[in-house]
Design a protein around this ligand. Structure first.
Ligand code: ATP
Ligand code: MG
Length: 659
């Protein structure tokens, strides 16, 4: 293995937010002593810890014989061998007899304000059984793959749970993706059935969806049936013998509201989900039944402390892992009330989220930094008109949250009081890995704080030795956890080479991070994105955060630009707050600002003002595209997951003007 220079951290420590003493002791893990105790038990006796959690949180039809069999060389991980369970049983059936039958399982807020539906556990059970019977009639059975390409409507959750009832794997493709992205994902997993809708309602528009599905299905020989939900009411093409309407199928006379569930083996495959593609071609991450479900439920409990009476809202799309784990599987396994929202934060006005929090008296709110930065750009007046006093815990996921955005969220949404749990995890990890525990962990804005109990996360150098405090390095996890991915669908070589080849005996995350003197993790960005200026290696997050801390800046992305002398020089793309006009004075001011905030070495040589940045559909900045632009190349690689390809054209123009 080659020698590698360490990644330097330039960040200055900010303020520490101690947990509110009057509220401490209310959460599932009540304080740092309880955290330390749980962590010690989980690390020293993982079988005991995870075995107990599996019995506490899941219902088993047959007990498991062993908790974990791990083989890092193959690699192969088997959790809860011999155990039998079913995901839809755990999410639904058992709540029919535990006192939650009439409790709201799902509160659905459609994009139009008046479109609200509430499903009690009983109602959701009925609908899931009916749709499972539809799938069964279509020949779907254990092990089959079902592709789902749907808007954020209740039928999406119903379809997922129906698949799990029968033991079929779902593969959800976010409805914002193109027909090409859909086609390649269906082709990769060889799905038999596609479930879709006529249209997506988004920002007041009806955006046709079925046409994309038709386009994709021209080249998907494995798809036998396509079931279509009516949402937009727009004119669509139905292919005789292949396509049918959801409502007609579930209302057919022979469809009953009882459908027995399959008793699944713990390690039976549960679903396939493709990663966002920030770093390259998306990977078909495979999760399996018991370990995934346990980990989703366990982390929902630790991190969000969802109580029986709470209204819990995760704003992600179900098409991402965050929606899988924290809208559907985690909350429903716990018997919680989960909000599902069809619309966007900015429509009809940039107060939609706060209006919904007020309307349903949401207690726990989980969103992404990209959303916070976008709302920050519009100003805090939008938050002020609402009563947000029901909120107890705020969460963040998807990217490092810049301290500036953290403080805005804390002060304006959290009234200067609420804890923010900044949750670091990945599609591959199934659930949250590093996060604060609400009302227990002292918080540092910009840090995801500590690994959850039993999660052995470390920062290491290329040679595997543990990095010093504050030395940037590779983030790895050197003990298995139940929610870890079990394969890359159809590509075991990629599974091994991407995650287990770099550091023998450990899972490699691909992110750079450092651990401070208090044992807190600071994610520095993806290792693929590290910038090397005159031999100084820097993560992207700190430089970007320094730029975002300037009052005029809304968002920033930095990349390394090839430089004859320095190797690389820093090139920054900056989006300004609404109403701020870019000019040369501001450009100079920003350079001085960064120099003062973190130092001369991190000062961008070039700053390009931009109206927008290239983001994945899940809202992450795709720096590899930005890097290609500064290299003068137009070979952007796989950009099928880009939200708005037009942004790239604008940036290329801006880059030509600048250089
Ligand atoms: P691909 O693996 O295809 O490039 P992706 O990594 O963007 O796509 P996801 O699994 O959706 O796909 O994202 C996980 C990544 O998101 C993490 O590896 C990390 O870089 C980033 N991330 C998520 N949450 C946080 C967080 N709280 N702080 C910092 N980074 C985060
Ligand atoms: Mg990734």
């Amino acid at each position: 293995m080659s020698e590698e220079k360490k990644i330097e951290s330039l960040q200055k420590e900010g303020q520490i937010f101690e947990p509110d003493a009057s509220k401490q002791g209310q959460a599932w893990i009540q304080n740092m002593e309880a955290y330390d105790a749980a962590n010690e038990k989980a690390l020293n006796d993982p079988d005991g810890y995870w075995g107990d959690r599996a019995k506490e949180l899941l219902t088993w039809f047959s007990d498991f014989d062993s908790v974990l069999e791990a083989d890092y060389d193959k690699p192969e991980f088997k959790w809860f061998s011999g155990g039998k369970t079913n995901v839809s049983y755990n999410c639904l059936d058992r709540h029919l007899t535990d006192g939650r039958r009439n409790k709201a399982a799902l509160i659905w807020q459609g994009e139009p304000e008046e479109d609200v539906k509430v499903y009690t556990y009983q109602m959701l059970h009925t609908e899931v059984c009916r749709f499972a019977n539809v799938l069964k009639k279509k020949g779907v059975k254990r092990g089959d793959r079902v592709a789902i390409y749907m808007p954020m409507i209740p039928e999406l959750a119903i379809a997922m749970l129906a698949c799990t009832r029968l033991g079929a794997l779902h593969s959800i493709v976010f409805a914002g993706f193109s027909s090409i992205a859909l086609q390649s994902r269906i082709d990769d997993c060889q799905a038999r059935v596609l479930i879709t809708a006529d249209a997506v309602l988004r920002a007041g528009k009806t955006i046709p969806l079925k046409g994309n599905a038709d386009e994709a299905l021209k080249d998907c020989p494995t798809i036998e049936q396509c079931i279509v939900v009516k949402r937009g009411g727009n004119e669509i093409n139905m292919v005789e013998g292949r396509d049918s309407w959801w409502h007609e199928e579930v209302n057919a006379e022979d469809i009953t509201s009882d459908c027995p569930f399959e008793e699944m083996e713990a390690e039976d495959p549960l679903f396939i989900l493709y990663t966002s593609g920030s770093t390259g071609k998306p990977k078909g991450v495979l999760h399996t039944t018991a370990g995934y479900l346990l980990y989703a439920a366990h982390t929902t409990q630790c991190v969000f402390d969802v109580k029986d009476d709470d209204v819990y809202w995760c704003t992600a799309d179900v098409g991402w892992i965050t929606g899988h784990s924290y809208i559907v599987y985690g909350p429903l396994t716990l018997g919680a009330t989960s909000v599902m929202f069809e619309g966007v934060p900015s429509y009809p006005r940039p107060d939609r989220f706060w209006q919904i929090v007020d309307k349903f008296k949401v207690n726990i709110f989980y969103t992404a930094p990209t959303v916070i930065r976008a709302l920050m750009r519009e100003g805090e007046e939008w938050v002020k008109n609402y009563d947000l006093s029901s909120l107890r815990v705020l969460g963040s996921v998807g990217e490092p949250i810049n301290p500036e955005a953290w403080l805005w969220y804390h002060n304006n949404v959290g009234g200067g009081k609420l804890p923010i749990v900044d949750t670091w995890w990945q599609t591959e990890t199934g659930g949250i890995m590093i996060s604060a525990l609400p009302y227990a962990t002292p918080l540092k804005p910009g840090s995801a704080t500590k690994a959850l109990p039993g999660i052995s996360a470390k920062i290491v150098r290329r040679d595997g030795s543990v990095a010093d405090a504050n030395e940037g390095g590779h983030l790895i996890v050197d003990k298995p956890w139940p929610g870890m991915l079990r394969n890359v669908w159809g590509n075991p070589d990629r599974y091994k080479s991407t995650y287990f080849a770099g550091f023998p005996g450990a899972y490699e995350a691909g992110d750079g991070a450092r651990m401070d003197d208090d044992g807190y993790f600071w994610i520095m960005g993806r290792l693929d994105d590290v910038i090397n200026v005159s031999g100084h290696r820097m993560g992207t997050a700190e430089v970007e955060s320094a730029l975002v801390a300037h009052p005029d800046v809304a968002e920033a992305a930095v990349v390394g630009m090839p430089h004859d002398v320095k190797g690389e020089t820093i090139y920054a793309y900056v989006t300004l707050k609404s109403g701020v006009e870019p000019d040369d004075d501001l450009l100079k001011a920003l350079k001085i600002w960064v120099r003062k905030e973190i130092g001369p070495i991190a000062t961008p040589e070039f700053i390009q003002f931009a109206d927008g940045l290239p983001k994945t559909r899940s809202g992450k900045i795709m720096r590899r595209v930005l890097r290609k632009i500064v290299e003068g190349s137009d070979e952007f690689g796989d950009t099928s997951t880009l939200a708005d390809p037009g942004v790239v054209t604008d940036l290329v123009e801006g880059n030509k003007d600048l250089l």
